[in-house]
Design a binder for this molecule. Structure first.
Ligand code: ADP
Ligand code: 5GP
Length: 186
């Protein structure tokens, strides 16, 4: 990588652990971080905006992106596909900006292969029961989607040791401070 290239950080963790909550606060405190906006075939949730939350695509559009090599990584998750647009990540890194990806396990594994000097953080819940409480408490997913997400969470939790660091999201402020230290922001 070029001498002025920014650092790539990946945050992974089961659905409902608090990735979105923590990443939002991280960006508010450190506006220099650039957060990648993913492409997905999932339908928008209430309040989600095209180009800000995600780029929402049909399955056909997503296929085209994959075929054209436009995604750095992509994976299926709970019946939908999600992927990271390649070009903006490469551009921001070469401009020296810290880049953050908030993606699931399979995507993190793909990124690990292509960016061996990236830093990968696993966000873990204090317990599985608390994870379930948070997913249900969020109130954004139908019961079937919650079941699929909890099943996937069991698998994801077993992969923690693959990561450079594990942060337990017990308390938002504490977890945030740990992320800031790990990412060299403080
Ligand atoms: P993810 O992006 O990982 O799916 P969210 O950020 O949407 O998770 O968080 C899921 C739910 O858990 C939200 O309702 C959020 O307010 C709540 N939450 C996040 N972090 C904590 C925490 N440390 N303690 C208690 N609740 C939390
Ligand atoms: P949600 O539907 O809750 O927004 O996201 C579901 C899962 O997809 C989360 O674990 C999230 O981290 C992951 N995800 C979001 N964008 C991407 C992406 O671009 N690539 C991959 N591999 N996973 C993603």
């Amino acid at each position: 990588m070029a001498a002025n290239s920014g650092r790539l950080t990946v945050i992974t963790g089961p659905s409902g652990v608090g990735k979105g909550t923590l990443v939002k606060q991280l960006l508010e405190r450190h506006p220099t971080i650039w957060l990648s906006v993913s492409a997905t075939t999932r339908a928008p949730r209430d309040g989600e905006l095209e180009g800000q939350s995600y780029f929402f695509h049909s399955h056909e559009q997503f296929d085209q992106l994959v075929k054209a090599g436009g995604l750095l990584e992509w994976a299926e998750f709970a019946g939908n596909r999600y992927g990271t647009p390649r070009q903006p990540v490469e551009e921001h890194l070469s401009n020296g900006r810290p880049v953050l990806l908030e993606i699931e396990l399979e995507g993190a594994r793909q990124v690990r292969r292509s960016f061996s000097n990236g830093f990968q953080i696993f966000l873990a819940p204090p317990s599985f029961e608390e994870l379930e409480r948070r997913i249900r408490g969020r109130g954004t997913d139908a019961d079937e989607a919650i079941q699929r997400r909890l099943q996937r969470a069991q698998q994801e939790l077993q992969a923690q040791e693959e990561f450079d660091a594990v942060v337990v999201n017990d308390n938002i402020e504490r977890a945030l401070a740990e992320l800031e230290t790990l990412m060299g922001l403080v």
